[in-house]
Every structure is written in C-alpha cells, then in structure tokens.
Design a protein around this ligand. Structure first.
Ligand SMILES: Cc1cc2nc3c(=O)[nH]c(=O)nc-3n(C[C@H](O)[C@H](O)[C@H](O)COP(=O)(O)OP(=O)(O)OC[C@H]3O[C@@H](n4cnc5c(N)ncnc54)[C@H](O)[C@@H]3O)c2cc1C
Length: 462
C-alpha cells in the first residue's frame, strides 16, 4: 500500500454511471480499484447491451452534475468539449401541468447530453485515473467469510475469484446481488415499489428554427392523472434533441414515427404533435416499458455482511420521468468519497454509507411514488402510503402557484433539481399552499397551445 492510500483494494461491479462514479470516489482512498464489467466497452458514445435504457432520453439534474463534478473535477468541461450543451432549464424549457404552464424563471445550469455520451465521458475520466482498472468480466457471486461477517471478494463467471477489501455493487435494477448474498444465507433486501406503468418512445431529432419560439429550447408536458399521454422534448448534445412520447397506465407509445405523432396528437398539448411533425429524425424510434419505481432497503438487511455496498439502480430505480437516477448514483458516489476520506479503517464504513444513502433514496422514492400513485390503477407495495387528500390539495396549490409566482416556480425547481424534496415541506411553503386552498381558489382555465413567451425575473418585475 502506498503512503497516500489508506486502503488496499476495492472492487466495483458494473461500469455504468453508478459504478464508474463509485470507482472514481473510491480511487481517492484505495491503492487500487478494479471495475468489473460484463459488456465489452468501446470508446464510442452508443447504447450498449448491458444498459438497454441507453437509447432513451436522459436528463441530468443539476444535483447530479454538481456531485459528479465533486467526484471527477473537470467532467463538465469534458462534456462541453464533446458537444454537451449548457442551458438554463427553468428559463428555457417550458413545462405544462394540469395547473397550467410553469412560469419561466432564471435557474441553474444544466448540461444536455445523450446518456451514452455522458457515460463515455465519465469512463474516460475514470480510465485516466492511475489506480483504476476497468476489466471485462462477469461476476457470478460473492465471497463471504464463513461466519457471514464480511464480504471478501467476488466470484467470476469463469470460476476464478478476486479478493477485495470493499465490494461496491453497481449492477443496475436487475441486479443479482440479492441472490449472490442469499447463497450465503443473507436475507434479501425488502423491496418497495410504486408502478404507474410508464412507457417511452424516444427518437433523437434536429429541430428546425421555427419549431420552438421566444428562446424556448425544450418542452415538457408530461402525463397527469386522467391524461395519460405526454411529451418530453429535451435538448441533447451536438445540436440534437430527444423527443420522447410518454404514456402512463399501460398506454404505451408505439415504435414508429408516424405512430408516435398520432399518439402525441392525443397528448396534453397539441403543440407536441405539431413539433414532432416538424422534427428531423437522426435516430430510430426506441421504446421502453418501465416497471415503476423500486427501492431496495439494503440498509435494513439484518444480517448484512460488512464490506459490501449497493449503489445506483441496484439500490433504487425510479420512474425516470422524474429524472433522478443518475443524480442518485452521483449522490452515492459523494457519500463513498466522504466516508472513505473520514475513515481510519474499513469496518462499518459500508453500512454507514448505506445508512446515509437511505434517506436520500427514500426522499426520491417518496416524490416519484406519491405522484405516480395518483394515477388511477397504479399499484404499490403494502409498505407505501399514498398522498393524503390534504397533501394532494397542497400539491395542486403548488402547481398553480408555480404558474403565477416566480418565487414559487423557482423554489419548486430547486427542490426537484437539487434532490431536496424537504424544501417543499417547510412551514413557510406549506402555509403558502394552505392559504391558496383556504381562499377557495381553483385551477384557472389553461391555454394549452401557448406557452410563456418570456422569462419572469425572480423579483416579479416585468
Ligand atoms: C427509460 C429510462 C430513462 C431514464 N431516464 C433518466 C433520466 O432522464 N435521468 C436520470 O438521471 N436517470 C434516468 N434513468 C436512470 C438511469 O439510466 C440510471 O439511473 C443510470 O444509468 C445509473 O444506473 P446504474 O449505473 O446503477 O445501472 P445500469 O446503468 O443499469 O448499469 C449496470 C451495469 O452493470 C453491468 N453488470 C450487470 N451485471 C453484471 C455482472 N454480473 N457482472 C459485471 N457487470 C455487470 C451492466 O452491464 C451495466 O454496465 C432512466 C432509466 C430508464 C430505464
């Protein structure tokens, strides 16, 4: 072990976004980090087999970008150099809900990128770290001490094994880690879910100049209860846009361009089909069905061996319309970095990280789950409590106020984009919503064909 590294060897399973970020984080405290990936990785920004969602729209929240930068400084500049596009989502992407168009306000910087490009840029940064090695290998199990107190390494599909002082599982939503642990008598993590049966059909496009006006570069008009068809039109890298038809409650969009336009003609705004018709395709249409939000409560497994940690989608995989997944992977990586930096020895560190990650994942799951549970016919696990009528009324008040008050629009954006749902539960914010309810207000008529033409300053001056 070198004098600068406190610990010897960490193994990360999975070289997708969560695994790469965790490897970058661990590399600051370990002599060596080995990342094991079953896919053959190529130096190109294209979807790959092990990440089937790669061809779908991916929005990176500022929460994720900031945390990725904290783990891998310089990443933002790398992204920009590869055609990632900086933009202010709150000011330039118009959003329609059942309560109307959210006010456009000045907000934080986002960087638009297709997911495979983001993964490639992260991978190049991680590959450049002298003590990280990415190895093509498929993991088939875990090595655990006989008394089940510690994970000591991984077993590979070829029968060989690799010792590790810490194993980080980043094998995605369909992880086999619960089975690997069960083989050693460890209980599977309890799973919570909420499923509103979301489907995507994404095509990458170029937009002609007249598709959007008034400085607007994207449009989100997602489904809401009672209206199951919507659109997410979001900037991507190198002058392209992701155009995604979104369907809820098994109203899945089709796989062909004409079918998508037809589907969008019955969506929440007529603008969707109009823009889709003008868009020039640069990819095929790819569809994806999402089995709702899933939370694995790894921190509550009673007989969990030490030195094992689950991050990324293997810990929590949300309905992606809330755009949280990659940012939650980044949040986990920051915890890995901080806990390892503070630790003198590794005992108990994995559990401490998993414990600190739990409330972050819980908050994200609560946000996605309680919104999805409002769709009639949505299903959820017994341990999930849907929103009360009072909270639903407050949610509506919040949406209406976001169309009228720049300060509310900004607070809501920051809470969602910085993964701080607690900001919507402050006394002051709740009082504001309750006042709107007490005044007997209702949703004003909504003009779905015309979005706001200007950005409202935060002080409300015209
Ligand atoms: C349709 C869709 C749209 C999404 N949109 C967004 C969005 O807008 N914004 C956002 O932030 N997030 C979004 N997400 C979520 C996002 O894709 C994930 O959160 C993100 O990719 C992180 O996932 P991960 O790294 O944990 O797992 P994955 O990306 O699933 O990767 C798992 C990796 O582990 C490897 N692996 C698996 N098993 C083994 C094994 N046994 N041995 C070795 N390697 C193995 C796989 O090959 C793969 O590389 C979306 C997800 C979906 C499904």
């Amino acid at each position: 072990m070198s004098t600068s590294s406190k610990f010897d060897h960490a193994v990360v399973i999975g070289a997708s976004i969560a695994g790469l970020l965790a490897a970058g984080a661990a590399s600051k405290s370990f002599e060596k980090v080995t990342v094991l990936e079953r896919d053959t990785l190529e130096d190109k920004a294209e979807p790959r087999k092990g990440v089937p969602q790669g061809a779908q729209i991916h929005a990176l929240l500022p929460a994720g970008l900031k945390r990725m930068q904290a783990v891998l400084p310089g990443l933002r500049e790398d992204l920009l150099a590869e055609g990632g596009a900086p933009f202010d989502e709150a000011a330039s992407v118009v959003a329609l809900t059942g309560a109307g168009w959210r006010l456009r306000v000045p907000g934080q910087e986002w960087v638009a990128t297709r997911r495979p490009l983001l993964e490639l840029v992260i991978r190049r940064r991680v590959q450049a770290l002298p003590n990280v090695e990415i190895v093509h290998a498929s993991v088939a199990g875990l090595e655990v001490t006989e008394d089940r107190s510690k994970v000591t390494g991984v077993t590979l599909r070829d029968g060989s094994s690799l010792d590790a002082d810490l194993v980080i599982n980043a094998t995605g939503r369909r992880t086999k880690a619960p089975d690997w642990l069960a083989a050693h008598g460890v209980e599977a993590p309890a799973e919570s879910f909420v499923n509103a049966y979301t489907g995507y059909a994404t095509q990458f496009v170029r937009l002609p100049d007249d598709a959007l006006k008034h400085g607007v570069i994207g449009l989100g008009a997602l489904p809401w209860p009672g209206e199951h068809r919507g659109i997410a039109l979001f900037p991507a890298d190198n002058g392209t846009h992701a155009l995604t038809a979104v369907g809820m409650m098994r109203d899945y969009p089709p796989r062909d361009r004409e079918g998508v336009i037809e589907f969008l003609s019955e969506s929440t705004t007529p603008l969707s089909a109009e823009i889709a018709r003008k868009a020039e395709p640069v990819s095929d249409v790819n569809t994806y069905h999402i089995d709702g939000s899933l939370l694995r409560r790894w921190n509550l497994v009673p007989n969990m061996p030490d030195r094992f940690l689950a991050v990324g989608d293997s810990a929590a995989s949300m309905n992606p319309i809330y755009g949280q997944g990659m940012s939650l992977s980044a949040a986990a990586a920051v915890l890995v970095m901080e806990h390892l930096a503070a630790a003198d020895d590794l005992d108990g560190v994995a559990r401490a990280i998993q414990n600190d990650l739990a409330p972050i994942l819980d908050g994200a799951f609560g946000l996605a789950g309680s919104t999805d549970a409002c769709f009639e016919g949505a299903e959820w696990s017994d341990d999930f409590t849907p929103m009360s009528e009072q909270d639903a009324a407050r949610g509506l008040a919040m949406e209406v106020l976001s169309t009228q008050r720049p300060d509310v629009s900004s607070t809501v954006n920051d809470a969602l984009y910085d993964l701080r749902p607690e900001d919507l539960e402050t006394e002051e914010f709740i009082a504001l919503c309750d006042k709107w309810i007490a005044e007997g207000n209702e949703i004003p008529p909504v003009d779905r064909e015309h979005y706001p033409t200007s950005v409202t300053p935060l002080d409300g001056t015209a």
